[in-house]
Design a protein around this ligand. Structure first.
Ligand code: SF4
Length: 723
């Protein structure tokens, strides 16, 4: 029986899968032992992924004139003609900037490429953004500002070559399990290898660390600058690397001069000795590998956090060598491919920028379109699409493969904005989702199992994902839907593709000479030779696929002068710190089994058994003061919204901080949406919202008002707030 090779469609680790069909025609999945990223390993999500591929699928287009009407079945022709008519009407009246397309890191690279070509190269608006904006755009802007280009410089082999893993803002054990498996096995076998975990929660990741720094939320830059201060004081730096490969060290050194151990320990809420231990581990290691994820990225100072972490690698010269470097872990399976294909509203394909006139010209010439077709203005980001609906500036929102009615910050405001949308198209594999309630037109999309395309994982490794199942109902591939709309709008020659491999061929030509050069790749090559890391240039001797590649091995970066830039960043802290009325910091995160808003995993029995319901973590000290017992129903309130969760009393969370998982939307639990409380304050550089922290109050459900006030007072005293 044929074995199909593909990639897990869940997280950015990008584990290789093999799919076979059993005697009952059911699809079975196992890890692909030959995939260089995962060596045959899979976590529970990958192992159960085929269980939900045929459940609750959207089978045909549906339409309605207004959101208070029921959907009626429609033909593809009717749905597409309606969309095209609306686009033309808006283009001819308000203009193309009133049209927005919001995509997803679940899309394959070919989907991304065609979507952004339609918006940026045909309609003349850059309003194509993706949910990766909520996930890793701070990593993008941090790399770009420090190195001159996006792209994680490390590879997974570094997990087994490091002297010290510095994990910050990442519950790797639960959110990137196979990366963690590789690291944890190596750490266990080599007692001299250190693991530092920085996280306000004692997560399963922190459980196995040699040093857990449970810093106060929002003090990452204090900690990073504090470690830099100690390394500088110890002269544990690489002057040669700093001299030859970096710029702006003096300004950085001046800033970190004020991050003394006492100051940092007090800001972070940790012992000075622990801070010193962290700096000692860095000093004693020849190869420190930093891993980070949403805890750094989802912040109103996300870019500054990323750059402060990169600073440590630049000052110690610990980059571009085996076992060391700053390594972002992407959340979604193809967030990296989206970055490569121009899948954010400030990007063009091949790591180009819409603001760069030369880049626009290069892409316009390649596409054979008139000079000036591509707008010089960055388009709306994910959140700016929501605010555009509020103001009426956005007249059409097209959503593909994502679920903003759960995943956006400030959810009540988001839902109110979606309700105001004059025209929303929702292209999705599943029905219902929380977002389908806000759509005027539903378009059925094939999903991962039914279409072929390419995805890039966190270590820049590109895998061809071969479809193996027939499309459900009338579902079509996302790229084909975008291309068909383009053809019906009159741009037939720009979408003259017979198949998906031709789309990929066009895309890789746009990477020629760029940092992410993939001109040596094609569907055929990937099918024959297996997954490859970029850069992978045409006519260049091929690198053995089983060995990891690193960027910047020659000490030259993508800045105009080839020098990496130190950032001189002071800590600003949380955008919404706790106060007398909202005395707790609420942090949100992911669980081992569930994926994002549960569109797939909510339909997988094994995972629902693993994580049957949402919960709220509270420290025993806070719980005792508030007379809260395990399982009590608690209401969490921010200035924006509220939700209810049963209490989980645990020392895993620091006093004064609460944790809730972000997965459950209105479809899967009543009133338990983490983003009902979060806010949209964003990093000024990456425009990534601070989904990780907001100020909340806590009330035990059923208590009398007087009792609630009393509890609130207890809560205030729990975090030392005076009023
Ligand atoms: S670690 Fe990520 S990519 Fe690997 S099997 Fe699990 S969810 Fe899939």
């Amino acid at each position: 029986m044929e074995t199909i090779k593909t990639l897990c469609p869940y997280c950015g680790v990008g584990c290789g899968l093999e799919i076979v069909q059993d005697r009952n025609q059911a699809w079975k999945v196992r890890g692909d032992r030959n995939h260089p990223s995962s060596h045959g390993m899979v976590c529970v999500k990958g192992a159960t992924v085929t269980e939900s591929i045929r459940s609750d699928r959207l089978l045909y287009p549906m339409m309605r004139d207004s959101l208070d009407q029921p959907f009626r079945r429609a033909s593809w022709d009717e749905a597409l003609d309606t969309i095209v008519d609306r686009i033309q009407k808006i283009r001819n009246t308000t203009g193309p900037d009133a049209i927005c397309l919001y995509g997803s890191g679940q899309c394959v690279t070919e989907d991304y490429y065609i979507a952004q070509k339609l918006m940026k190269g045909c309609l003349g608006t850059n309003n194509f953004d993706a949910n990766s904006r909520l996930c890793m755009s701070s990593a993008v802007s941090g790399y770009v500002q420090s190195f001159g280009a996006d792209g994680p410089p490390c590879c997974y082999d570094d997990l087994e070559l490091t002297d010290c893993a510095f994990i910050i803002g990442s519950n790797t054990a639960e959110c990137h399990p196979i990366v963690f498996n590789r690291l944890a096995k190596y750490h266990k076998k080599h007692p001299n290898v250190k693991m530092i975990v920085v996280d306000p929660r004692r997560t399963p990741t922190a459980e196995v660390a040699d040093l857990h720094l449970a810093i106060n939320p929002g003090t990452d830059i204090d900690l990073l600058n504090g470690i830099a201060y100690l390394l500088l004081r110890k002269r544990a730096i690489d002057p040669n690397f700093i001299e030859k490969s970096t710029a702006n060290f003096a300004a950085f050194a001046e800033v970190i001069g004020s991050y003394t151990p006492d100051f940092v320990a007090s800001r972070c809420g940790i012992a000075v000795s622990d801070l010193e231990t962290a700096a000692n581990y860095w000093e004693q290691s020849q190869r420190v590998l930093s891993l980070w994820s949403m805890g750094i990225n989802q912040s109103s100072e996300g870019t500054a956090k990323v750059r402060s972490l990169i600073n440590l690698h630049l000052m110690t010269g610990q980059i571009a060598k085996p076992g060391c470097g700053p390594f972002s872990l992407t959340g979604q399976p193809n967030a990296m491919g989206g970055r490569e294909a121009g899948g954010l509203s400030h990007l063009l394909p091949g790591y180009r920028f819409v603001k760069n006139a030369e880049h626009r010209t290069q892409v316009e010439q390649f596409w054979g379109i008139a000079p000036g077709t591509i707008s010089p203005n960055p388009g709306r980001t994910a959140w700016e699409m929501i605010t555009g609906l509020e103001t009426g500036e956005v007249e059409m929102l097209w959503i593909a493969a994502t679920n903003p009615a759960v995943s956006m910050p400030d959810l009540e405001r988001t839902k109110a904005a979606l309700l105001r949308s004059p025209f929303t198209v929702y292209q999705e594999a599943y029905y219902p989702t929380e977002t389908s309630a806000y759509a005027h037109i539903l378009l059925p999309a094939t999903q991962w199992s039914e279409k072929t395309g390419v995805m890039t994982n966190s270590e820049r490794r590109v895998t061809l994902c071969s479809g193996f199942d027939a499309p459900s109902g009338e579902a079509r591939d996302d790229w084909k839907i975008f291309a068909e709309v383009g053809r019906r709008l009159g741009f037939a020659e720009r979408f003259a593709f017979d198949n998906v491999s031709e789309v990929y061929q066009e895309f890789v030509q746009l990477t020629r000479g760029q940092p992410c050069d993939m001109t040596g790749l094609s569907h055929e090559y990937l099918r024959q030779e297996g997954p490859q890391q970029w850069p992978c240039r045409e006519n260049e001797p091929k690198h053995p696929a089983k060995e990891g590649k690193r960027l910047y091995a020659d000490g030259r970066f993508h800045t105009p002068d080839g020098l990496a830039r130190f950032a001189a960043c002071h800590s600003r802290g949380l955008a919404e710190p706790p106060d007398a009325n909202y005395p707790f910091v609420l942090t949100t995160g992911r669980l081992y089994g569930h994926w994002h808003t549960m569109t797939r995993t909510g339909r997988t029995d094994k995972i629902n058994q693993l994580h049957p319901e949402p919960f709220l973590e509270i420290h025993p000290r806070d719980a005792a003061k508030l007379k809260i017992k395990e399982g009590d129903l608690l209401e969490v309130r921010s200035t924006r919204g509220k939700a209810r969760f049963p209490a989980k009393v645990t020392k895993a969370i620091a006093p004064g901080t609460l944790f809730v998982p972000m997965h459950w939307g209105a479809l899967w639990a009543e009133g338990a949406e983490a983003n009902a409380m979060t806010h949209a304050a964003s990093c000024p550089d990456s425009k990534q919202p601070e989904l990780k922290a907001c100020a909340v109050q806590l009330v035990k459900v059923g208590a009398q008002l007087e009792a609630e006030v009393g509890e609130l007072n207890w809560a205030k005293s729990a975090v030392g707030v005076s009023f």
